[in-house]
Design a protein around this ligand. Structure first.
Ligand SMILES: [Zn+2]
Length: 342
């Protein structure tokens, strides 16, 4: 049997820019904020039909729909992103796509008149639960990516308790300490069941892991010169700002790789992923993503197309069976892969 290359591409359906008000009364007033979905998806589908290798022309995408405090307060409806673009989602579902969830942690700031990141505080658990419940009135939700890749034990437990099957927030080993930040220190570049005590890693003790699968996104490992430069730059910045946001050597080694990134980076990341596999029968997971508004930019769309064509050629050249699928079916494959590692 041929070794498999499992390709999962998901989309964070954020608005093109953040709303500049806390509440609006006429939903149509704010539709211009969602052109990535409204225009971008049609453009994307058209481009694929003429420019991409036959077997990836109808690639199923996992659309991770935004719902969180910002969406709830601005539109007074946690399911706004589903309802407003329902026709588009139904068409995507019909052609094998999947819908999931993409919550951010935002709070409105009266003084600054803006939506600001609200991280490391209460994780907005009740609002998050409400959003998920509202979505589930309309469609099955099994897959999720946290906004800004920002996770915590409470958030991972929330996902698990509500029977989400797969989270795709992790960037292996990475940590970022900006106004938005994440911490995936110690996270391996392969699927795992998160420990109840530390979402970033698995536990070897029986009963200590959650049921949800964490499938890290494709990451690009920097070469030693770039790695040293990035490590130095990030830590000099921490010294300059006196914010003690220091990063370890390992924390700065990997960068998340989007399918809209330049071909050189994407290709290197995929090749690295092949060498990450523990043995030759282990499937290779290429779990990558993009943002809806990137579909409006010619350059990003061109990278997307080139990267899909690269994957197709790469699978052929390496005699891999290319399986392009969505996140829920990939969960079963990820679990098999975890089991085979023992
Ligand atoms: Zn987002």
């Amino acid at each position: 049997m041929k070794r498999q290359l499992i390709l999962t591409v998901s989309c964070d359906t954020d608005p093109d820019t953040n709303p500049t008000v806390r509440r609006i009364h006429q939903a149509n007033e704010h539709r211009p904020l969602w052109q990535g979905i409204e225009q971008g998806i049609a453009t994307f589908r058209q481009a694929l039909m003429t420019k991409v290798a036959a077997r990836l022309q109808r690639i199923p995408i996992t659309w991770l729909l935004r719902s969180d405090r910002m969406i709830l307060e601005v539109y007074d409806d946690a399911a706004y992103c589903f309802k407003t673009f329902e026709k588009i989602w139904q068409a995507e579902l019909q052609s094998g796509g999947e819908l999931g969830w993409h919550p951010h942690l935002f709070r409105w700031n009266d003084a600054g008149n803006s939506w600001n990141a609200y991280l490391d505080k209460d994780d907005d658990i009740e609002v998050m639960e409400h959003c998920l419940t509202e979505f589930r009135r309309h469609f099955d939700v099994n897959s999720v990516r946290a906004g800004w890749m920002h996770c915590s034990n409470r958030i991972m437990h929330l996902f698990d308790q509500h029977h989400l099957k797969i989270d795709v927030s992790a960037i292996p080993h990475s940590k970022l300490a900006e106004w938005w930040h994440y911490d995936w220190s110690g996270t391996p570049p392969r699927a795992y069941f998160p420990s109840r005590e530390d979402y970033r890693v698995t536990s070897n003790e029986v009963g200590k892991n959650l049921q949800i699968v964490e499938l890290p996104v494709l990451a690009f490992r920097l070469n030693p010169a770039w790695h040293a430069a990035r490590f130095g730059f990030k830590n000099l910045k921490a010294i300059y700002k006196s914010d003690h946001a220091f990063l370890s050597w390992k924390n700065t080694q990997y960068r998340g790789c989007l399918i809209t990134h330049s071909s050189a980076t994407f290709q290197a990341a995929v090749k690295q992923q092949l060498s990450n596999g523990s043995h030759n029968s282990d499937p290779i997971f290429v779990n990558t993503f993009f943002h809806a508004d990137e579909l409006l930019r010619t350059e990003s769309l061109t990278h997307f197309i080139n990267n899909l064509n690269f994957i197709d050629a790469f699978a052929n050249a390496n005699q891999l069976e290319l399986v392009a699928t969505t996140l829920t079916p990939a969960t079963g494959l990820a679990k098999q892969s975890i089991a085979s590692r023992g």
